[in-house]
Design a protein around this ligand. Structure first.
Ligand code: IMP
Length: 187
């Protein structure tokens, strides 16, 4: 089985390819723009992108949208994570978190699948804390400042396989994989 994953992010592509290996699912990267709307939830962004992209590609495909939600900042940057990363970045978030003792945060991923008869969404969450300074040089985005519960390392200090043991994205894609395998046998 194969899925078409629309993303320009090669880190996401590698993470997902590895996570789905154990299901025997191959991942093809489609480098198209996701056409993100500014919506209140990741699910709304994903639904909109799925419909627009399906009109262009005309084949079953998968889209993912993710964000970092920091408790002390009332969920910021959340759905604005991509913009916030490009503007104030990791150091900007650390600045906002100066003298903040509640470091709790979570990453959330919403994965969407579309084909000629259905849309299905799957969610993955990982809880953790925001580090006091960036650590590690692997991964992307806010990886250097996120420490998942159950580890001492930031995501940027982990190999892809290690990050996949904890990550929001691996969890959401594993749900998609199980569903796809069941769906295939139903048809
Ligand atoms: P996107 O719109 O799904 O690409 O994600 C929005 C932003 O959230 C990205 O630009 C990253 O800064 C951040 N992000 C999402 N997932 C991750 C992750 O697994 N690690 C680090 N940052 C992430």
């Amino acid at each position: 089985m194969k899925i078409r994953f629309v993303t320009r992010n090669k880190h996401k592509f590698v993470e997902v390819s590895k996570a789905l290996q154990e299901y025997g699912i191959k991942v093809e990267q489609l480098c198209l723009d996701k056409l993100e709307i500014q919506a209140k939830s990741l699910s709304d962004v994903v639904r909109f992108s799925l419909v627009v992209l399906y009109n262009v590609v005309g084949e079953p495909l998968v889209v993912e949208d993710a964000g970092l939600f920091i408790e002390a900042l009332k969920g910021f940057p959340g759905v604005f994570s991509s913009y916030v990363f490009k503007t104030i970045g990791v150091n900007g978030i650390l600045k906002l978190m100066e003298n903040v003792s509640n470091r709790k945060a979570m990453f959330k991923s919403v994965v969407g699948y579309i084909d000629d008869s259905q849309i299905a969404l799957f969610e993955g969450i990982v809880e953790g804390i925001i580090a006091y300074e960036p650590r590690g040089n692997m991964g992307f985005g806010f990886d250097p400042i996120f420490i998942p519960n159950g580890s001492e390392k930031t995501f940027a200090e982990m190999s892809v396989d290690e990050k996949n043991k904890f990550s929001h994205r691996a969890k959401a894609f594993r749900k998609l994989a199980s569903w796809l395998i069941q769906d295939k046998f139903k048809r």
